[in-house]
Design a protein. Sequence first.
Lengths: 359, 487
Amino acid sequence: MNGRMKKAYDWVDERVHLEDLVKFMGKKYVPVHRHSIWYYFGGVSLFLFIIQVLTGILLLLYYKSGEELAFESIGYIMSKVQFGWLIRSIHSWAANLFILSSMVHMFSVYFEKSYRKPREITWLTGMLMFFLALAFGFSGYLLPWNELAYFATKVGTDIAGVVPIIGKPMMQFLRSGEEVSGATLSRFFGFHVAVFPGIFTVLLGIHLVLVQRQGMSEPIGMELHEGKPLKTMPFFPNFLLRDLLLWLIVLNLLAILAVFFPWELGKKADAFASAPAGIKPEWYFLFMFQTLKYIPGKMLFIDGEVFGIMIFGLAGLLWMLVPFWDLKSSRGQQNRLVNYLGLFAVFYIIILTIVGWLL
Amino acid sequence: MKTLRMLAALITIIVALSGRALSEDQCLTCHAGLGDKESQGYAHDIHKAKGISCAGCHGGNAQADDMDKGMDKAAGFMGVPHGDDISKACASCHSSPEKMKSFGSNLPTNQWEMLQTSVHAKLSTNGNEHIAQCITCHGVHGIVSVKDPRSPVYPLNVVKTCAQCHSNASFMRDYNPAMPVDQVEKYRTSVHGTLNAKGDPKTAECASCHGSHDIRAAKDAKSRVYGVNIPATCSGCHSDAERMKEYKIPTDQFAKFSRSVHGAALLQKHDLGAPACNDCHGNHGAAPPGVESVSKVCGTCHALNADLFSASPHKKAFDDRKLPECETCHGNHEIVAATDKLLGVSNDAVCSKCHRPDENPKGYAVAKTMKSLIDSLETASDTAASIVNDAEQKGMEVSEARFKLRDAHQARLQSRTAVHSFDEQKFRDVVSGGIAVAAVVAKEGKTAVDEYYFRRWGLGIATLIISLVLVSLYFTIRRIERRQAEK
């Protein structure tokens, strides 16, 4: 550290005692083993979330909610606002990469059984954040008020409407009425920029504090390597600099995607127009959408669609509660059933997504 | 023995004579005796000539000399048929090929069937019968062949027959209040009507265009007089060189019309807004438009062009020289899409037909300038469109520029209209407006293309900087870890 930097550091240190934080981070170690690569996806997800917050705030400066203004304001952002096209494209691409990286992070944590005691709360907050990420995606997709978004939201909220008992009121609540309209757009906008970020920030805070407090989990059976404790690396600066390195790569990837594949705006939504052919939801909902298509009209005396939604709901709940039923892992024993279930979920999602994309 | 032979011969003669008397149409024998007009009319009816008795339509026993037996309902007597029973009685023979053949007739046998598709087959106001029966047009008790000049449907009589209903305002009001009733009046002013009145049975009358048994409403797509079908209907006669020979008129109108911009729109695109023969010539009052009225006829659709022309110096010049207005430059039946090539002083241009450097030099100079102006607008508009297309292909957002481009295109259309004023300044104003819009669009398109390259360059530079930072970060990590290992 050169003289000036040292001076500035000392100035801040004198007031907020940075030395303690540096010592804490210096004492924190990250295990090094053949699965260490997966540790980085939590950081990548965090980075993408930060990108979303920053680009989202910039978009907010020009975006106007409302049936008559939303589409036009995005058009304005993309054609008139300096670097507006870049900000909007990065926001859209980063949203997708954020969900992808969160998925990878979730599955890596699942397969390494990092959710086991004492990290149940970290897993739960992570899962809740993942569901919120999907909700961010669903609500944000409607905001440009274009044809695809309009009909995807219509289909999506229709599906929510078939859930027994709470379905209909939930659909009306989401749509702010019987139909997808300007009121739905205002509601989704409110959720997207205020409600969801607020909840997400709280959960993220808890998640990060717990990660720092409890450290990185070591995979079962890898606590010792050839009879010796696992190799580690200091969190600061070694792991953090590696994180930074990956973040820069992701940043560059985002820039390439934004320049070469700018996010299109499409046609303005028209409630009276017929739905365009082959309408599909975003890729992260595609496996569920495709499954619902394959379920017969009646299953076990109940409506096929209701059956599908209930199965997905139950599966999601079981997945979220895995730390509480996978007791073997908590005891440090291998649990092959969890692995098989996880592998099934991964292949199911990949295959159905590809099928849904192609058909 | 001789007496016996004579008696036998007498009996044979009496029996033969009485047999002959019984085979005659006893109905006609009695009714003729009564002197009623039905029997008088039937005396020269074509059906009587074919050996059909009154009972053929009225039923009963025509051979019975006793009135009660002849008009016995048990023998099938129906009296005077009413309503649809009339046409059914006709159809009982006219729809049967076998019966018609037995009378030695080769008339078609689908008239009844065709009548059912006709507008006249709709129910009449009383709701019990169809509007028209066979006898409405062909008459009754005196029906003669349609080729017979006495027939009400003979070409020279058919107009009067149709007019009985169609010129009767109070009758037509009950069925179609919006339908005009002046067709005959108009027809009599037409070339067709005039010749028909002079006794020419070859000229078009009602049935020539509307058909006979299967007449449909003009708005019915199957009607012979539905917009799209009119050219084919007219050409049925007007393209027949043999038929038109005596009238000494050309027969290539339909072929030319089919190649014209109007024909393409009407016959290929089925655009009912495009004119058919009747839109320029009239329908019932069909006649070629007069020289002075050409611009008025074209002006019913091309209103602005016609107005500008009428106010232009060309109006008087054309009238003085007896030149048909629009037709002189655009032609008549074979009007092709007007392009900018019509304007100017080149050999293809129509202006050069009258304006030459040594003859009408002022008009020559104006035509040359106008051509140059319209070419400039075309170049500016095409250049702007090409830049916008390029930007769009590069994925840039140029919807606003594309929208403005429509104004440049609009200016080109307006300039083609403004040319009919033959006023250089008016024309220049329109063209200048278009060129200005095209310049703005080109600038916006170029900005978008520049922005495209700026983005790529920007990405390249950003990638380079990020790569440099990445490399230096990598070496920093290695340096730190080497130091840590040394400790």
